[in-house]
Design a binder for this molecule. Structure first.
Ligand SMILES: NC(=O)c1ccc[n+]([C@@H]2O[C@H](COP(=O)([O-])OP(=O)(O)OC[C@H]3O[C@@H](n4cnc5c(N)ncnc54)[C@H](O)[C@@H]3O)[C@@H](O)[C@H]2O)c1
Ligand SMILES: O=P(O)(O)OC[C@H](O)CO
Length: 344
């Protein structure tokens, strides 16, 4: 419990923004949320429930929600960016006129910017170069965090002091927060696991079993690591919370929007029907497009990402793509180890 009512702000009132606002409010902070949607703000303030995004969870009185961005961020120690990854640039640009340099940006969105391939820390740096920045990631579905189910996350930043401030702000008996200086790896783990989770859903939708999913997760983390290393990440980060941890939860959880979307595609629904049914943001769809482009540019082999890209953007049938994946050129399991042994 904090001693004074320090103020924290959450931009974005979807499921994750709401769950984190709740976590902060339970620690005694005053939490100001911002949403684009007037009707949502009015209803949540009146009923204390965010029915479209986190039904059945009541907000305490120290959470308020507004459509006035300036009011939301005024005097807030941290500004949690909880909008979809493709909206991060516009939200950062909108707060520019009134943000103070000492306010810490905490990005909780997981993605890469479409068109530029930039990580979200790079996007924020371009828009708000003077603000300290922390990425928060890891296996953490909003529905469980909101119910106080024990959860672990990781925070990463170039500045260890700022990382520790954010660690302390979020840390609670129900939310354990680790730090990691490898911001590149933490961001990429969170963004790229969504592609594999979508693929895991497709396999479920096709009626495949546990063997297939284990294969996808294991080979998935390999290709995430390959691209991650090429983009400057530390490989050990991918065996941590924002890597394999988040991959496991997203590929297996009934809460995962990426997995749910994949299931519908595997069952034969169109992308349009799928997005209408899932309603909330499905980051893996854009992440597939961006990772496909970045991997091509860096000449990194990402067979699962390519396969999902073919389904989403080239109209190939999931069944056919799985056969292609199984029958592509034979290879060693861990190329680097073999090359090393052979002195290549
Ligand atoms: N839901 C989770 O369990 C969870 C957990 C960890 C990380 N995340 C990540 O957090 C981010 C947000 O996810 P979410 O689950 O809260 O999404 P959501 O779909 O539940 O909510 C997104 C919110 O952002 C708003 N929004 C959409 N476009 C906007 C724009 N252009 N400008 C301003 N606001 C906009 C929507 O109105 C909505 O309030 C995603 O990157 C997701 O991967 C989600
Ligand atoms: O529901 P998803 O698939 O968007 O995943 C949400 C979080 O990233 C899980 O850690």
């Amino acid at each position: 419990m904090v001693l004074s009512m320090e103020k924290m702000c959450v931009l974005g009132a979807g499921s994750w923004g709401s769950a984190l606002a709740l976590s902060l409010a339970k620690k005694g902070y005053e939490v100001s949320m911002w949403t684009l949607n007037e009707a949502q703000a009015e209803k949540v303030n009146r009923t204390k429930e965010n029915t479209d995004y986190l039904p059945g969870v009541l907000f305490p009185n120290n959470i308020t929600i507004t459509t006035d961005m300036e009011e939301a961020i005024l005097n807030s120690k941290i500004i949690v960016l909880a909008v979809p990854s493709q909206a991060i640039r516009s939200v950062c640009s909108q707060i520019k006129p009134f943000v103070k340099d000492e306010q810490i940006l905490v990005d909780v969105a997981k993605g890469l910017e479409k068109g530029t391939g930039l990580r979200l820390s790079e996007v924020c740096k371009e828009e708000l170069p003077n603000n300290p920045y922390v990425a928060l990631s890891g296996p953490s579905h909003a529905e469980e965090v909101a119910k106080d189910i024990p959860t672990t996350v990781v925070v990463a930043s170039e500045d260890i002091e700022v990382t520790q401030i954010v660690q302390d702000i979020f840390m609670s008996p129900k939310l354990r927060v680790y730090t990691n200086p490898d911001i590149v790896g933490v961001e990429l783990g969170g963004a790229l696991k969504n592609i594999i989770a979508f693929g895991a859903g497709v396999c479920d939708g096709l009626g495949y079993g546990d063997n297939t999913k284990a294969a996808l997760m294991t080979r998935g983390i390999r290709e995430i690591s390959r691209l991650g290393i090429a983009m400057g990440a530390d490989v050990s980060t991918f065996s941590g919370l924002s890597g394999i941890g988040d991959l496991i939860v997203t590929c297996t959880s009934m809460h995962s929007r990426n997995r749910r979307a994949g299931i519908l595609i595997g069952q034969g629904k169109s992308l349009e029907e799928t997005l209408a049914e899932v309603k909330m943001v499905v980051e893996g769809i854009t992440a597939t497009e961006v990772a496909y482009e970045v991997a091509k540019e860096l000449n990194i082999d990402m067979p699962i990402t390519n396969a999902i890209y073919s389904v989403l953007y080239k109209g190939l049938k999931p069944n056919d793509v799985v056969i292609d994946l199984m029958m592509r050129n034979k290879t060693h399991e861990i190329e680097e180890v073999v090359n090393d042994k052979l002195g290549l």
